[in-house]
Ligand binder design. Structure first.
Ligand code: FPP
Length: 234
């Protein structure tokens, strides 16, 4: 969700004004993703590196997150949204942690779409923590080195309950992954748009999905092999 600061600056306003105006884009994206049948949507709301921002902005973002999460609960319930969070959640202020826990508990039986907030999240930190958990199991003889495979790693990531990423959308014209879901994006289609996040609407999400649908995902195979598989299925 990139470009909040630039969106605010364009209007001569402080950066937090951009963050406050980002919530419509969040709502529209979740609803649009849910309506087209996406199983999960994951929003990069705060990275491990974002703690380096001015304290005023960090505090404002944490307050915004806590207040808006509480406010959205009736809509989460109405729309079948199951809330989830990934990252070093213990780093968040106590009230944000508490609110997250409550919202996750309240929405745990919803099943239309999983909405995950990546908070104090960094992919390298996630992978490091995954390696430590696996090493601990090896040390305790709960796991042998030969048993370590893709599947074991997946099960020790913060995203163990989520599917791999199919489509990654980054707004604001930046073309980087910025330490986001690096393992999970091994085969993701990447989509970059110049739209600044506060201006992102459901039509922008549909456009990204349409582009995704027109890509050929070969997963290492050839086009001819895939054509053969399609013929077998149809
Ligand atoms: C990136 O834009 C945005 C963020 C670091 C914060 C995203 C947070 C929200 C959308 C609000 C949080 C609330 C919920 C409920 C998710 P930027 O600030 O880096 O913009 P810039 O690149 O233009 O400076």
């Amino acid at each position: 969700m990139d470009g909040n600061g630039r969106w605010a600056k364009k209007q001569g306003m402080a950066r937090i004004f951009g963050h406050r105006n980002a919530l419509t884009a969040v709502r529209e994206s979740v609803i649009a993703a849910s309506e087209i049948g996406a199983e999960a949507i994951t929003l990069y709301a705060f990275s491990t590196e974002n703690w380096k921002r001015p304290k005023l902005e960090v505090d404002a973002l944490m307050t915004l997150l806590t207040k808006s999460l509480k406010k959205e609960v009736p809509d989460f319930m109405k729309n079948g949204v199951k809330v989830n969070a990934i990252g070093k959640l213990n780093d968040l202020p106590d009230n944000a942690q508490q609110t997250l826990k409550e919202v996750i508990k309240t929405t745990e039986n919803n099943s239309k779409i999983i909405l995950t907030f990546a908070l104090s999240y960094g992919s390298r930190e996630e992978i490091t923590s995954c390696i430590k958990k696996i090493a601990e199991k090896v040390e305790n003889k709960e796991l042998s080195i030969n048993e370590i495979n893709d599947c074991q790693i997946q099960q020790h990531l913060y995203t163990h309950n989520l599917p791999d990423v199919d489509l990654m959308i980054r707004t604001s014209g930046e073309q980087r992954l910025s330490n986001y879901l690096l393992w999970q994006m091994a085969y993701a289609e990447l989509y970059f748009t110049d739209v600044l996040w506060p201006d992102f609407r459901r039509e922008d999400l549909y456009k990204a999905v349409e582009t995704y649908q027109n890509r050929e995902r070969r997963f290492g195979k050839t086009s001819e092999q895939l054509d053969g598989e399609h013929e077998q299925v149809t």
